[in-house]
Design a protein around this ligand. Structure first.
Ligand SMILES: O=C(O)c1ccccc1N[C@@H]1O[C@H](COP(=O)(O)O)[C@@H](O)[C@H]1O
Length: 213
């Protein structure tokens, strides 16, 4: 089966067109004010109109409260939520019920210890995203371009579909897939020319590297 590709942090119609032209399956819209990829809800609603049917629009949120979440869902047509904060399994279940959308929970990984609570999350969400754990002093909990030791994923008994993220780039994504067997990959900073500014050539190279496996 073809590896599913998500390109995250798209901010313009040109970004969307580049990702779609290269065969991206999912596009990520970031709703986190500290991020250089942040979108306000009006801009996201407009951008969503440019995404063809069949390409999944994933809304990335970080510990968003119910009021903001309700507002987001009322204004932007999303197909999935990516929870990239410190949401507990109970909060993930709440958001899933409240939103009625499939939910992907991000887990930050540095060592195998970070995977200890994984079963509790797999019980309450449709999909898991494994990302590099952000450094303690980082402004962002993801989107930092850091990789992690992929070998720690070797012993995981996956009970839901999973996606690999964290420092993926055109030059390492094929190795990452070969080493981990990831069925889905996600990239943000690895296909940018500057924080929040996507590079269409890098998006093309990334997708070609994935499809070339
Ligand atoms: O991209 C962001 O700005 C971001 C902000 C807050 C949380 C997560 C964010 N991005 C996600 O982080 C991973 C890894 O990104 P990168 O490829 O290492 O830059 C990815 O899942 C993004 O969706």
């Amino acid at each position: 089966m073809a590896t599913r590709i998500k390109i995250c942090g798209l901010r313009t119609a040109q970004d969307v067109a580049a990702a779609v032209a290269c065969g991206a399956d999912d596009i990520g819209l970031v709703f986190f004010p500290k991020s250089p990829r942040n979108l306000d809800f009006d801009a996201a609603a407009e951008l969503a109109l440019t995404v063809p049917l069949g390409v999944r629009k994933v809304g990335l949120v970080v510990d968003m409260d119910d009021a903001a979440l309700d507002d987001l869902l009322a204004r932007v047509p999303l197909d999935m939520l990516q929870l990239h904060g410190s949401e507990t399994p109970e909060r993930v279940a709440d958001i899933r019920a409240r939103s009625g959308l499939p939910v992907m929970k991000a887990i930050g990984v540095a060592t195998a210890d970070d995977l200890v609570g994984l079963d509790d999350y797999m019980a309450v969400c449709e999909q898991i995203l494994v990302d590099a754990k952000a450094p303690k002093d980082a402004d962002l909990p993801g989107g930092n371009g850091h990789t992690f030791d992929w070998s720690v994923l070797g012993d995981v008994n996956w009970k839901v579909p999973w996606m690999l993220a964290g420092g993926l780039r055109p030059s390492n994504v094929a190795d990452a897939i070969r080493q981990t067997g990831a069925p889905m990959v996600d990239v943000s900073s690895g296909v940018e020319r500057a924080p929040g500014v996507k590079n269409p050539d890098a998006i093309r190279d990334f997708c070609a590297a994935v499809r070339g496996i």
